[in-house]
Each structure stands twice: as C-alpha cells, then as structure tokens.
Write a protein that binds this ligand. Sequence first.
Ligand code: ADP
Ligand code: MG
Length: 250
Amino acid sequence: MENAVLHVADVQKNFRGLKALSDIDLQVMEGTTHAIIGPNGAGKSTLLNVCIGRLPPDSGAVVFDGEVITGKKPHEINQMGIARVFQTPEIFPDLTLLQNVMVPAFAKRDGSFRLNPLQMVSAQAVIRDEAEHWLTDVGLKEHMHRTAGSLSRGDKRRLELAMALVQHPRLLLLDEPTAGMSRHDTNSTIDLLKKIKERGMTKVIIEHDMHVVFSLADRITVLAQGRIIADGAPDEVRANPKVREAYLGG
Ligand code: ADP
Ligand code: MG
C-alpha cells in the first residue's frame, strides 16, 4: 500500500470574501515528487502556507504522517520534518554560506529557530562537517567562505536548498524554486532536484515553469481560482482539456 505523507483534507481559505482555496483535497504519496501548478493567483502559495502553519485554514485540516498539524506553529511543523524553500530566498546575507547551512542544522538539534544566529555559529565540528557535505552536494563548496548576500540568485536558491536538506526533512516543499533564474541556472537546479529525487525524498514543488514540472513530477495537481481542476500523472494532466484552457492557453 502506498503511504500518504501529506494529506490536505478539504481545506478552505478566504481572504475578505476572496475564495483563495475551496474544497482542496489532495494526498502526497511517499517518495514522489508532486507538482502543484496553476496560473498566478491560483492559490498555490496560500496552500503551501497553510501546510507549513503560516496561515490557518478557515476549515479542513492538514495531516502529516497520520498526525493533524493544523494549528501547530511553523517551527513545530518544521521540527516534525517538513522543510521548505520559499519563493523569495530566506537566507542570512551577512553570514558565510557555511554559517548559513549550520544555522538550520543547529536549530534541528536544539528544537528551535529562536537561537541567535551568532550563538549557533560557535560551531561544533560535526555540524560543520554536515554543512560542508550539503554545500558540496549543491555545488557551492568552493564558495563556502563567501557571504551569502554576494551570491547570484540561482546560487542563493542552491544555498537555501542546502539549508533545507541539512535538516533531513521527511517532506520538502519548494515554492517556485526556479523563479527569476536564467535558463542555465534553471537547468542546473532541475539536475539538482533530480538528484534529490533519486534518493527517494518526498517533495511538493510549486512551479510556474512547465519545463521544470514535466521533467520532475510524478504527479501533478492543477489549481485555478482556488480549486483543483485536474490531478494525475503528467501525461493525463497535459492532455486534459480543462488544463489546456485554464493554463496552457488552449
Ligand atoms: P499563487 O501562489 O498561485 O500565485 P496566491 O496563493 O499567492 O497565488 O494567491 C491566491 C489569491 O489570494 C490571490 O488572489 C492573492 O491576491 C490572494 N492573497 C494571497 N495572500 C493574501 C493575503 N495575505 N491577503 C489577501 N489576499 C491574499
Ligand atoms: Mg505563489
């Protein structure tokens, strides 16, 4: 039996009369890369924010590994094993790459993101080694003593990915990981995500770029105006007339 790592159960979310999410029910199966696509304003980021506890749903629930996580705080949900990479990279620009990756590694051990980053960087060898390992994996090791603020946009994404991976998450959520990237950076990010996929990590990827979606996803859910209009394997979704009309432009 396939196992659902994440179940978004009948979630609704309104913003002052605007139905941002209506009747959203979807399951993310263990080991899969599940893409959520849809035009701007479809509700993709809102859905992700509900999953990570940044926004409370008006009704419905989010179940992670069989446990209801609705109502928990973002850091508690993170501690349970959900890591995320945001649309706008959230890094510490004045710290080095190595220090940036050490922060979440410490937080994972200490059970909180509330420690002062400077306390965290008074590092232990084991955390440093782990951080170096992930920086190597995302192709940034040679830059590890540079400050993060000096990186290109594509490299900031890679850094953020290393910051998520160092936590060994059970579920990784990515909100438009290639947004604003050149074609070259997009392709190298796809390669990196494929490499992670080979290790069987479960991922939800929110994406606008069709090229990215169809080269990575095992399953695709299409949102439009806050509703699921299609859900299935990439080929089924690509052939669905409703999707072509709403999203691919007929
Ligand atoms: P997507 O990520 O698919 O582009 P969003 O989830 O960001 O879409 O937005 C869905 C809809 O909800 C949009 O119409 C957006 O303007 C609205 N919205 C998003 N966040 C808020 C908010 N905090 N307050 C009010 N409206 C919001
Ligand atoms: Mg968005």
